[in-house]
Design a protein around this ligand. Sequence first.
Ligand SMILES: Cc1cc2nc3c(=O)[nH]c(=O)nc-3n(C[C@H](O)[C@H](O)[C@H](O)COP(=O)(O)OP(=O)(O)OC[C@H]3O[C@@H](n4cnc5c(N)ncnc54)[C@H](O)[C@@H]3O)c2cc1C
Length: 282
Amino acid sequence: MTELVREDGRVRGVRYRTADGVTGEIRADLTVACDGRHSLARRQAGLRPREFAVPIDAWWFRVPRLPGDRPAALAPKAAPGRFAVVIPRETFLQVAYIGRKGTDAQLRARGIEAFRADVAELVPEFRDRMDTLRSMDDVKHLDVRVDRLVQWHVDGLLCIGDAAHAMSPVGGVGINLAVQDAVAAATLLAEPLRNGAVGPSDLAAVRARRILPTVAVQTLQRALHRALVAPLVEGRRAGPPKPVLALLHRFPQLSVVPAYLIGVGLRPEHAPPFARRSPVAG
Ligand SMILES: Cc1cc2nc3c(=O)[nH]c(=O)nc-3n(C[C@H](O)[C@H](O)[C@H](O)COP(=O)(O)OP(=O)(O)OC[C@H]3O[C@@H](n4cnc5c(N)ncnc54)[C@H](O)[C@@H]3O)c2cc1C
């Protein structure tokens, strides 16, 4: 999508350019902006988010996955100033290296050798495979943001997911919220769309339904930034606070709370009957 189509003060669809350079226009009764945290659609619609300070950025890279990798290699690793989270994929390990916000230029200026050494110190199990990172081009910087629109719609356009509320990676729930927004939007808007009359109040209803879990999760993420993440990346602490670890050690059942919040969330959404496949016989 390159541009919103507007007529009579209303969004009427989008103009696009494909990878092959083909351009065109798609007209629609409703345009749903689900184009992420740098949403062009929300910017062109004149919707401005309220932004919250974030202490971290993330750098993604891959290293080969080896048959002998033990679970210990996959556990999150922390050292003063930085930490790493390892996500096992089928043939490789995806690594999120988390450091202080605004330090991408500095990290790149130090070069690949220094970066390899940093990671090998953090995750010693990776020492012998760091040369698979050939240059800093293999390390992708991701600008972490937390923000939220006050109003998620203008006439003819609705923002959902990160376009409405950019989420931090902390807690790993941004994708859940984005999918839940989509399910809520489908449930609430199917009927008005069928009737060919989606008005601003229908669009406002989607935000009204989804604002509670959005604010709750972002508030929790910001609290975790302050209490856990900032002390780590600012080098004030080298791991999670001891009282938290002691509490979880004494009452392991407590880990159900974050697991529930991540897996189910505060306001789960269920696909409406019209969107479900009929059961397969047998
Ligand atoms: C470093 C980092 C790590 C994260 N880790 C996790 C995690 O482990 N688990 C989790 O749940 N959440 C995680 N999050 C948050 C999560 O990524 C987002 O909350 C989630 O992806 C939002 O989904 P979305 O569909 O709204 O946006 P996105 O996933 O960003 O998708 C937007 C899509 O729109 C496309 N797009 C953008 N502009 C245009 C355009 N002009 N025209 C057409 N298409 C366009 C993009 O290519 C993209 O495919 C992480 C975030 C960051 C920054």
